[in-house]
Design a protein around this ligand. Sequence first.
Ligand SMILES: Cc1ncc(COP(=O)(O)O)c(C=O)c1O
Length: 391
Amino acid sequence: MSDHLAKRVAGFGTSVFTEMSRLAVQHGAVNLGQGFPDFAGPDFVKEAAIQAIRADLNQYAVSHGTPRLRQAIAENWQRATGRALDPETEVSVGSGATEVLLDAILGLVNPGDEVILFEPFYDSYLPDVLMAGGTPRFATLLPPDWHFDRQALADLFSPRTRLVLINTPHNPTGKVFSREELSFIGSLCQRHDALVLTDEVYEQIRFDGADHVPMATLPGMWERTLTVNSTGKTFSMTGWKIGYAVGPAALNQAVRATHQFVTFATSTPFQEAMATAMETAVRIGYYDRLRREYTARRDLLAGALQAAGLTTLPVQGSYFLLADLTGLGFPDDVSFCRYLTAEIGVAAIPPSAFYADAGRAPLLARFCFAKRDETLRAAAERLQRLRTLEM
Ligand SMILES: Cc1ncc(COP(=O)(O)O)c(C=O)c1O
């Protein structure tokens, strides 16, 4: 049937997430692959959605988001950065960060424009750039601290560079870009008149005091930066698909121009519930609790992986841990993850899926710790079987 596919999507295939999830179901594996929480979402947010449905908020929302949610996002932004936003023009809502990222890229990138991606990258970025007809250029993050070669990055810029896409805190490495790194990237963008699209969906999930610096707050960067976020990660409701963009009106226009013809409007009652979530979160100390709980989960999984004989890489943010597979006798991360799922009963994701050229991926496996303690403990027990492998 693949000859029916348009050239635009013919090369996309099925993602490794789908393959590993299918394999996990087939083998009854504990699924630490795909990144979603398996614990209950906050009651106050669920209650708000129920009330919104009872109040018959059932019809199309304003295309770029309900006024109340845009206002809550603007207030959240002002609390975090000190900058007052105009929710009428500087905030847009879409169906998850995934949609908003595509909206932005389709709205900003012309065929032939170059887009710089930091590799490894979240798996939708490259297809988004290709669907827009853009030319991807890759800057590689290097383990174990995931720094980048500054000269190599500077060399990627050309008169055709339109956009640099960053993700901080970063999936799958757990890196939080430092102010200094962001300033360097920002200064290159200013010099070459390029825009920044920054994916900050894990902004609230950080460890050991790691400081999240929004690119848009650096001197001279507001006008050229569009920040994408998602309530799915922060409020453990990934299936509700409420994402948003913050930035100057001109960049929001690009998102809205696409969004109006992709989904037109995002689910009204869930937008209302997320407005309540944002209005309430700081007052009840939600974000601090979220970080404390994720720190405990991270430590539990890191301990389990280490007890199984694996070395884990440091993680500053996001809900993923990387384990080093060197010396286990596997030729690549995909064969390890298949073995782990089918034979050990724990599903993980091979980070080579986040590289344009899988050959550039170091030998690592990604484990998600957005899971209940009992899920992590069940995985820990099974991971012990890895000890029998030749190290
Ligand atoms: C870096 C990154 N960006 C975006 C998303 C998707 O966000 P949403 O569920 O809001 O579409 C994810 C989900 O895993 C992610 O890891």
